[in-house]
Design a protein around this ligand. Structure first.
Ligand SMILES: [Zn+2]
Length: 148
């Protein structure tokens, strides 16, 4: 097995956009073991590494899949993302008397799990549920019969 590991500072051949020629470059930055940035030894310009070999471009664009994901599918994705991003946050059962902050995950008896996205001082919050965003009230003071 030949070791082809490239390290920062190694010399590689790359096309230089300034010299408009293939030049010897020094590796400046590596990404995942592949040369990402090079420094032209001739003109001293730094640029992205362009392989001298013509390789087929690997650009996979999932535009066809994305465009079909609208409406409920898109909503579901939003919810999944929000749940994932806030997965380590507190999980609380929903109660209108409790205090919630954005990022909290609430368990609603009717709508299921949701992520608090926004709260207002007026005691209303936006919660993203699997089926869509909803506005719920919270931080209500329990009725006190003695207060008259
Ligand atoms: Zn150059």
């Amino acid at each position: 097995m030949k070791s082809t590991a490239i390290a920062s500072g190694d010399e590689v051949d790359s096309y230089c956009g300034k010299c408009k020629l293939e030049r010897v470059h020094n590796v400046v930055a590596l990404v995942d073991g592949a040369v990402a940035k090079v420094l032209c030894k001739t003109c001293g310009s730094q640029h992205r590494y362009k392989s001298t070999k013509t390789e087929p471009k690997k650009k996979v664009r999932a535009t066809t899949r994305k465009s079909s994901a609208s409406g409920p599918a898109r909503q579901l994705k939003l919810w999944e993302k929000a749940m994932e991003e806030n997965g380590e946050n507190a999980r609380k059962p929903y109660s209108i008397f409790d205090m919630f902050v954005p990022g909290d995950i609430i368990e609603h008896s009717q709508f299921g799990s949701g992520v608090v996205t926004e709260v207002s001082a007026a005691g209303k919050m936006h919660v993203l549920f699997q089926e869509g965003p909803r506005r719920l009230i919270f931080n209500r003071v329990p009725p006190q019969e003695t207060a008259a």
